[in-house]
Every structure is written in C-alpha cells, then in structure tokens.
Design a protein around this ligand. Structure first.
Ligand SMILES: O=C[C@H](O)[C@H](O)COP(=O)(O)O
Ligand SMILES: C=C(OP(=O)(O)O)C(=O)O
Ligand SMILES: [Mn+2]
Length: 409
C-alpha cells in the first residue's frame, strides 16, 4: 500500500487561480465544514489503482492499446441503483469488446462514473430564469428556486455514492475478469481539492477518481482547473473544442506533461462532425512536433448536440459516427495513433439520441428521455456505433491482419 498523509497546502495555487463554473454557495461556513469532513474521510479511490491506470494508458499512448471512456453525461443520486450501474458497465464492456475485435488491440475500459456529478453550463440560468442545474453534487433538477440553491452537503452524498458505485464496479470487474477504472470531469473544486492526498514520498493524487479531465469551459491555461491537474500524479485529460489553438495545446502539454510521460496526458477532441477535418490536424501536428506522447481521444458527442423540433437536446447517431470517422481519417493521414473514444451512453433503453438500428426519430424522444443533462446513446445505439467503428478499424488494418482477425472471430 502507498502510505498516505492528509492533504496539506498542495492545491493552494489552484485555489488562488481564477475558477470558472463554480457554484455560489449561500453559506460559506457550511462549505468549509464539508471540505473539512471530505478531507477527514477516506478518498474514493486508492493510489495503486491510479498508478495501474497510468501504466495501462502508457500502452495507449505508445499505440499498443485503445482507451474507451463512457457513461452518463451526469450521474444522479437517484440513478445510482445497482441495475443502472451494471447496465452502463455492460455497455462499456460490450463496446470495448467490439473495439478490440476491430482493432486487434486491448481496450482499457474507463467509466464516466463514481464522481461524474458536476456539470458546467452554457448559461447560469435555465429557460424559466431559475439558477441552472449544475449536477447532483451542487443542486437538484427540480424546477424550484429552493431546489436549485447550491447545497454543499450534496458533496458528502456524492462521495458516498462514488464509494458505493466503486463497490459495484469491483464486483462487475471481478466477474468479467478485468479491471474497471473511474473517471469524471474535475470541475467542482470544493470537492476535488479536499480529495487530493499526498503520499509520503510527496506524490500528490486526486483520489476522487482514477482519471480526471478538464472540460472545454474550464480549460483556461492560467485557470484553477489546469493548476489543480498540474500538481497531480493521475492520468489527466483536457477537452479541446474547435476554437483551440496549437499554442494552447502546447501550453497544456508543457503544463501537464513536462516530462513527456506516455499515458499522463489525454487530449479529448470534441470538434463537431463538420469541423474535425480542418480543426484537428494542426493540433495533432503541433504536439507531435514538440515530442509529447499524448493520447488523442475522440469525443464525438459534445460538438454535435442540437435541439429537436420538439425542444429536446439531442444528437444523431449518423453525426456521431461521422465525427468518429473524421477523427480516424485525420490520424490515418498524419500517421498518428487514434487512441480511442469518449462517449455518453447508458445501458438503459432511453430515447435521447436519434437514429441507429431502432431508427429513433424526433417524435420518439419524449417516450423515455430521462437524462439529467446531455442525451446519451442507449444500449442498442452504443452497439450500433461500436460495430460501425469496429468495421472501420478492421478495414483499416493490413490484409494479412484482417484475415487473421476473421479466422479468430
Ligand atoms: O455535458 C454537458 C453539457 O454539454 C454542458 O453541461 C452544457 O450544457 P448546456 O448547454 O445545456 O448548459
Ligand atoms: C461537459 C462535457 O463536455 P465538454 O467539456 O467537452 O463540453 C461533458 O463531457 O459532459
Ligand atoms: Mn455531456
């Protein structure tokens, strides 16, 4: 066991840097009390698991494995039933298997779970003028002023639910004879900072999850989130949208991967299907020229969200597949490794995204639209996407390898 001490001043710089997307807690003294409690409690994950994931991700960075990250856009406390967690893990494992068959490479499965409770928002208020829902760790989806008031005690419930989710994940992993890792957007600093722990050798770990990423809305180079990630030994990700410049990605690489460690930094491209072909190549070329062994991951969800005619946030499977194809084409053209996928899906039979083999249309959305934030692929759509991507990967392999894969299958 890595010996841990309590967190000390490890993140004081992060606390001083400008922090976007933080809630306005009404009672700062209660926030301080919750932070003290979070510091005193055991953290959800152990440093050994974080180290193992970093080693597995080094293989991805070197082109010998793929990374698959997936799960709900926003986990909810009410949704934390064993059935829902198991269904999402089933989808994660099925998707991973298809990608393994297509690519001939091992796939590292990482859930968007056990901590995916905080949401950045485009607007501080919703259509009714109420404070926006910012994830179950901050407030409630219910449309009343009281329910939308940020409540710091929710951070304690989030930690407890993360621990319970990890228990379910361990059982599923044991059954599947694999290891499952947990990841989320490290957004809410009042939660993340108290869960930073320092090993006796001085190494700092963010033990709210194995893999932590910084979102598109909080990736300011001189901001608190990058500063927090910089000090951690975890593998970390940064989402990069179509406005990202080569200078910015070089800034992330220098700040977060100064020693050029394979597996340390993942850049998660979320450009939009119509932008990826022109927006991604300059970024890939810049980090390659600088010698940073980053993992390039494709998030084909967040650049392709639109409103349906009936007012639902949705995404079409064809567009999601088109961005994935565009991402793979860019890497094939540049000779770089397409490191894998970052998806929002659930194993439940929801009707939130359009298309796929069920042929879901706008008018089908109200039937089972239950996401707390973004539209997720359902179990069938996830398999539709995974099979299509597996076929593209298979088609991209050398003929001899293809024959081998066919006779193995
Ligand atoms: O994943 C999350 C959403 O894309 C993000 O919270 C923004 O959503 P919004 O535009 O509905 O605020
Ligand atoms: C908010 C998210 O993504 P992005 O930061 O890329 O918009 C998300 O992954 O849910
Ligand atoms: Mn989302």
């Amino acid at each position: 066991m890595t010996q841990m001490t309590q967190p000390t001043q490890v993140t004081s710089a992060a606390v001083r840097s400008p922090a976007a997307q933080q809630p306005q807690w009404p009672d700062p003294s209660r926030v301080r009390a919750v932070r003290r409690t979070l510091r005193a409690l055991p953290a959800p994950v152990a440093p050994e698991g974080v180290d193992r994931l970093r080693e597995r991700l080094a293989e991805v960075a070197l082109g010998r494995a793929l990374l698959l990250q997936g799960g709900d856009c926003a986990e909810t406390f009410a949704g934390n039933t064993p059935a829902h967690i198991r269904a999402n893990l089933r989808t994660l494992l099925h998707t991973a298997t298809l990608l393994e068959v297509g690519s001939g490479l091992p796939v590292v499965p990482v859930g968007r779970m056990a901590g995916q409770y905080a949401k950045p928002r485009s607007s501080p208020t919703d259509a009714a003028g109420l404070p926006a829902y910012r994830g179950d760790i901050v407030n409630s989806t219910s449309p009343t002023a009281a329910a939308r008031t940020p409540d710091p005690d929710r951070m304690l419930r989030a930690r407890a639910d993360a621990v319970a989710t990890l228990d379910v994940m361990a059982a599923v992993a044991a059954d599947a004879d694999t290891e499952l890792f947990a990841s989320h957007e490290a957004l809410l600093l009042d939660y993340e900072v108290p869960l930073v722990r320092q090993a006796v050798d001085g190494t700092r770990y963010g033990l709210s999850g194995h893999f932590l990423w910084i979102g598109e809305r909080t990736r300011r180079l001189d901001g608190a989130h990058i500063e927090l990630a910089r000090g951690l030994a975890n593998p970390v990700g940064v989402k990069v949208g179509p406005a990202t410049t080569p200078a910015e990605v070089l800034g992330y690489a220098d700040a977060l991967d100064p020693h050029r460690t394979p597996g340390r930094l993942t850049l998660i491209s979320r450009m939009g299907a119509d932008r990826v072909a022109e927006a991604l190549p300059p970024l890939v070329e810049a980090v390659a020229a600088a010698g940073h062994p980053v993992i390039w991951l494709c998030d084909p969800m967040h650049g392709n969200t639109r409103l349906s005619a009936t007012g639902y946030k949705t995404r079409h499977l064809d567009t999601i597949l088109a961005e994935t194809r565009g991402f793979l084409d860019v890497h094939a053209a540049l000779g770089s490794h397409a490191g894998g996928l970052h998806l929002e899906f659930t194993g439940d039979d929801v009707t939130e995204c359009l298309g796929g083999s069920q042929g879901l249309r706008d008018e089908d959305l109200p039937a089972r639209y239950s996401t707390a934030c973004d539209p997720r692929l359902n179990a069938r759509q996830s398999l539709d996407l995974a099979s299509a991507v597996a076929q593209i990967l298979l088609d991209g392999r050398r003929p001899a390898e293809r024959r081998e894969a066919a006779s193995a299958g």
